[in-house]
Structure formats: C-alpha cells, structure tokens
Design a protein around this ligand. Structure first.
Ligand SMILES: C[S@@+](CC[C@H](N)C(=O)[O-])C[C@H]1O[C@@H](n2cnc3c(N)ncnc32)[C@H](O)[C@@H]1O
Length: 420
C-alpha cells in the first residue's frame, strides 16, 4: 500500500466515523441550511450571464457532498423544476444522513452515489452544468487530479463552484495540526480527539490559535466531527492566491469570481492611505488579490466559481431584474430604511460584506419592490411616481436605480437576472 493510499483510507475512515458537518436530519423539519455558493440566482449571475433560470433542464453534481448542506439547498431551490441532481461521496454514513435529509423534505430530484472522486471518470456519468465541490479537493492525495476529473465532467457552458482552504488564514490551524501529530500521531482517533480538546484548553494566550479565536469555529459548532476535520485531518493542504491561480491554470481552468466575502480580495477594503493604495493598484489584479490576502490575514478559505473559459459578468441594463441575496432580510431592511431619516445612511451587512446605504426615496422604494420580478425600467417607472421623486426626470431616476444596483451587486447584496 502506498503512503497516499494509506492516507486516503484514513481520510475515508475519518469521514465514515465522523460525518461532516454534524447534522441531525430531523432539523430539516425546522430550518433550511443555505450555502453561499449554491444560491441559484448567484450561480446564474456569475456563471451564465444572469440568463439561466430554474425552469430550464439542468444537471448538477455535488462532489464530496458530506452530510448534504449544498445538496439540500440546491434541491430545495430546484423543487418542481426539470433539473437533476447527483450527490457523490465515499463516506456511506455521510451519504445516509444526506439521503435522510432529502427524504424528510420529500425531495425526489436526487441520485445518490457512494464513490470516490478519483474514480468518477469510471462511472459513466452524463456531463453537468454545475459541479459543487466544497471543502473536498484539498483533502485529496492529488487535488489536481481530482480537479481535472471534475472539469472533464462539465458541459461546455458548465461551471464549478469550489471551496479550498486558504493558506495564511489557516496558519494557526496548521500549527495545532503539527502539535497534535507530535503529541498523538499514532494514537487511536478517540484518544486524539480527547487529547486535542485538552490541548486546546491548555493553550496559553501567546499561542497563534489562541490569538485568533474568531477565525475558526468548526470545533465549537460541529462537535467531534468539526474538531477532527479541523485539527486531525490526515490530508489537508491550503492555497495562497498565487498557488490557487497556478493550480487552476494547471487544470486549464479560469477563476470566474470569488463568491462569499469577495470584497476581502480588494486591498481598498483595508488600505486608505493614497500613496499606499496607488502603489498597490499599479499591480495586476491577481497580485492585488495576493496582497489583500496577506494584509487581511483572515481569509481562511477561497470560495469561487471556475470554468474552462472566462465568463463575462452578468450585464446591468434597463431589462435586468435585480434579485436579493438570501442573506438580506428584506422586510426588516424595508422597515429600517423607511423609518430612518432621509439623508442618513443605514448599514446593511452579511458575512464578509457591509455597506452604508444612503436613505433616500430611491433606496426606500427600491427595497420595497425588490424581488417582485421587476426590471430596472419597471422599478424606475414605479419610483418616479413616488411623492419625493415626481419632480425628477425619468432619466435621472433610472440612473440612480442603476447606480444603486451597481453598489449593491459589488458587495453581493443583489444579483442580476437577464433575459435568455
Ligand atoms: C469537509 S467535508 C465537506 C462536505 C460538504 N462538501 C460540505 O461542504 O458540507 C469533505 C467531504 O468530502 C468527502 N471526500 C473526501 N475525499 C473524497 C473522495 N476522494 N471522494 C469522494 N468523497 C470524498 C468526505 O467523505 C467528506 O464528506
């Protein structure tokens, strides 16, 4: 047995014993877990120019689907559509949890496969329009081989939704992993888990992991499964921005856009000094992203869409329908801005993004009518009839709506839906 096969067997055994993330299928009766990569309007915005809609045939694969978060969110959104979903994982216990979650919800649009990504080319699967592979490839003995196999399963217009670990944000995690290898490398899993918990409690304030308590919470949120996934993973690698682009280039893939905390890759989020900012902005975009990653120190994963060909971003024009990000609580936001003084600003936020929204008749009306299927032109026409805007020209109102869309889309508070 090669070292790689032994590690891969250990990895499979770990996810059999500790399915990740820890989920109780019964919770499906109470709540829906929504995963950032898999919001359909967002996939359409970044990967299909905003033109794909769920009433069209579509095939999606969730590779290394774990206990089913992405799968269930996709399947819920695709309920009643002609789309087909395939779930694949080599952990039977994870698959059973994912399947039970789907059963409880009465979701019937999924096929379940217990298999390895490394064998996926032998399964004779039809090509996919979307492949989600989140938190998986960095655990393969050969992540590039896995990435290439997934890419080969895409339709010509298909895209990948990927998450891999980020190097610098996980610095402290790798120190604890090294520590636990030295301390308990040959112990059984239960002993390793017990010793890791004791060690975490014993860490002094000087320790790097102790210095960044806000960055890593898996061990707190997901019990033993979270702890093992974070600190005891037999195969675990991370990518800096240059490493990420080099890896994708080897697979002949293009990074379409970062999804989730996309603003964190812009140095302007951290740097305001004009001289410094000018020096940074003279660099290529990828270098700027690498600089942002180093400045931030808090990017712990890279979540992004990729495809064989670059994809133009969804366009914004009169016929674009803005769609709210699922993280926005629209009723609450409408109430807050309706009650705020005109001319003030209110913060709107979601994980990784925050903007100060100017309160004026445009923003108040925009959010009131958002997510009712209205185009930019429809919204501008409605807003122009509102008391504060009757004196304004139609062109001015429309420009204001377009500018607001741009502001909101940049921080991923809305996505664009365009005609087919
Ligand atoms: C950290 S979990 C992520 C689960 C899920 N993607 C999510 O984001 O919630 C990694 C999953 O990948 C699966 N996995 C790892 N290597 C695999 C392989 N070679 N083939 C199939 N599944 C694999 C594991 O069994 C585990 O369920």
């Amino acid at each position: 047995m090669t070292d790689q096969t032994a590690e891969s067997d250990q990895l499979q055994a770990m996810y059999e014993a500790l399915p990740y993330p820890a989920r109780d299928p019964e919770d499906e009766r109470k709540r829906l877990v929504r995963t950032g990569l898999d919001f359909l309007p967002k996939i359409s915005h970044y990967c299909h120019g905003g033109r794909w809609q769920p009433d069209q045939p579509w095939r999606a694969l969730v590779a290394g689907g774990g206990t089913g978060d992405s799968l269930i969110f996709l399947a819920e959104q695709l309920r009643g559509s002609p789309a087909e979903l395939v779930y694949l994982d080599f952990s039977k216990t994870s698959l059973d949890i994912a399947r039970r979650r789907a059963e409880i919800r009465g979701l019937e649009n999924i096929s379940f496969l217990q298999a390895s990504i490394l064998e996926i080319d032998k399964l004779d699967l039809a090509p996919f329009d979307y492949i989600n592979c989140s938190g998986v490839l960095h655990h393969l003995p050969d992540p590039l081989a896995g990435l290439v196999k997934l890419k080969q399963l895409l339709t010509p217009t298909g895209a990948l939704g990927l998450m891999v670990y980020a190097r610098y944000g996980r610095t402290a995690v790798y120190q604890v992993q090294d520590l636990m290898r030295l301390l308990a490398g040959t112990a059984d899993q239960a002993t390793k888990i017990a010793l890791t918990r004791k060690m975490l409690d014993a860490l002094p304030d000087s320790n790097w992991f102790k210095r960044s308590p806000d960055l890593h919470t898996d061990h707190l949120q997901h019990g033993d499964a979270g702890l093992a996934d974070l600190f005891l993973n037999p195969i675990d690698r991370a990518y800096s921005i240059p490493e990420l682009y080099a890896w994708l280039a080897e697979a002949e893939l293009h990074l379409i856009e970062f999804a989730d905390h996309k603003l964190a890759y812009d140095p302007a989020l951290y740097v305001t000094d004009p001289t410094l900012l000018r020096a940074i902005q003279q660099k290529q975009k990828v270098e700027q992203q690498a600089i942002a990653e180093l400045i931030s120190g808090a990017i712990i994963k890279h979540t992004f869409y990729a495809a064989a060909q670059p994809r133009p971003p969804a366009r914004l024009d009169n016929q674009t329908v803005p769609v709210a990000a699922f993280e926005l609580n629209l009723p609450r936001l409408v109430q807050t801005i309706s009650q705020a003084a005109r001319g003030a600003s209110v913060p709107i936020e979601k994980p990784g993004a925050r903007i100060n929204l100017p309160v004026n008749p445009i923003s108040v009306g925009f959010f009131k009518y958002l997510d009712q299927g209205k185009t930019v032109a429809d919204l501008a026409a409605i807003l122009q009839q509102s008391p504060g805007l009757r004196a304004a020209s139609a062109a001015w109102v429309k420009d204001q709506v377009l500018a607001l869309c741009e502001l909101l889309a940049r921080a991923e508070f809305i996505y664009y839906r365009n005609g087919r």
